[in-house]
Design a protein around this ligand. Structure first.
Ligand code: UD1
Length: 341
């Protein structure tokens, strides 16, 4: 029998790609998603790629009865991958209570129900944002966590603390995956990112601009202390990131985890500047992208990228795809949803 895994936020951007990789690795994902930032058609995309249509609950994890119902109906769950959360830095500054309530209460409701039933394995979507403005580059898992720069970032830090404290008094086995910048889409173009409203993140804004939805890309700052003056991030293909979750589950199954809470950076280990992303996009797609340099965006760090040694040596995971692959896949997806030839 396939191993059942609950995937919260399983119709979202990273969640849907992880569901595909889980199915292709022989798992049986059960999805819960309140559709607050995605569409039910994502399920069709998952089915087209894998030939399987996972069980899906359109439930909100803030509703304790609904959380209980899912666990009641799936008594053989072997673990949880928890993606469901609000994720926009700017919006979190405007609506802090919405972020704290949604991101923290959903986590607490899940944990309460898990501990009642002796389900132990938990994989949490954390973020490189916990490193704030780092003193050293690349950042390792030992790089100190800095005060959060937004309520969103704070929910990731507090989420890590809630899990760490709970593990101390239970049999919980936790993996905290600190994601760097996920980009790209499934190479089949059946699933990808579906930003609601005007995208705040770089790559969806680039692909939408190339598709003619915006007159130009604004590059936020070219006066950083970096080789070309634009900010540096570690951009990871979403399929590689999805695979890190499968590896994390396998790692817990082999019981090789030495600590009840294991932390891994999930990036490529390579930093790229905004300008490099823009130029690579134009190279691989042949599309000319109109852009303009404007002032820095408040809250942006000049540069951050991951040291991924720990994920590689301890968990046996490494990113396989590069930014050219990711940008090509992101553009294929954008063209598909905009019906561009
Ligand atoms: C941020 C958060 C990250 C969060 C992610 C999702 C931090 C440090 N990181 O990533 O935790 O998960 O958002 O929302 O808070 N840029 C432009 N023009 C644009 C858009 C972006 O030049 O139109 C630049 C940004 O200034 C930045 C880079 O592109 O240098 C990447 O930006 P973005 O994609 O928004 O991701 P982060 O801010 O790194």
């Amino acid at each position: 029998m396939n191993k059942k895994i609950l995937v919260t936020g399983g119709l979202g951007y990273i969640g849907s790609h992880t569901v595909v990789e889980l199915i292709e690795s022989g798992y049986d994902p059960v999805i819960v998603d309140n559709l607050s930032n995605t569409r039910p058609e994502v399920l069709d995309g998952i089915e087209k790629i894998t030939g399987k249509r996972p069980v899906f609950y359109d439930f909100d994890l803030l509703n304790k009865n609904h959380v209980k119902q899912i666990f009641d109906e799936h008594p053989t769950l072997e673990g949880i991958i928890h993606f469901a959360a609000h994720k926009y830095v700017g919006e979190s500054v405007e609506k802090p209570l919405m972020y704290y309530e949604n991101n923290l209460m959903s986590l607490i409701n899940l944990l309460n129900e898990m501990l009642n039933r002796d389900i132990r394995r938990f994989i949490f979507s954390s973020s490189c944002t916990v490193y704030g403005l780092p003193d050293e580059l690349p950042v390792t898992e030992q790089t100190p966590v800095k005060p959060a720069m937004s309520p969103y970032g704070n929910t990731k830090q507090i989420g890590e603390e809630i899990l760490t404290d709970t593990a101390k008094v239970s049999d919980l086995e936790v993996i905290l995956l600190r994601y760097f910048n996920p980009i790209g889409a499934h190479p089949s173009a059946e699933i990808g990112e579906l930003p609601v409203g005007v995208p705040q993140n770089l790559v969806p804004f680039i692909t939408q601009t190339a598709a003619g939805l915006h007159p130009e890309l604004r590059i936020f700052g070219d006066d950083y202390d970096t080789p070309d003056g634009t900010a540096i991030r570690d951009y990871i293909h979403v399929v590689d990131l999805a695979n890190a979750h499968v590896r994390a589950l396998e790692f817990l199954e082999t019981e090789k985890n030495k600590n009840q809470v294991e932390i891994f950076n999930v990036g490529t280990g390579k930093g790229n500047s905004v300008m490099e992303i823009v130029n690579t996009f134009m190279e691989v797609t042949g599309v000319k992208l109109p852009y303009r340099i404007v002032g820095r965006r408040a809250g942006d760090v000049p540069a951050i990228w991951a040291d991924t040694t720990r994920a590689e040596t301890v968990m046996g995971w490494k990113a396989k795809r590069n930014i050219a692959d990711a940008l090509r896949d992101a553009w294929r997806w954008e063209k598909k949803i905009r019906h561009i030839q």
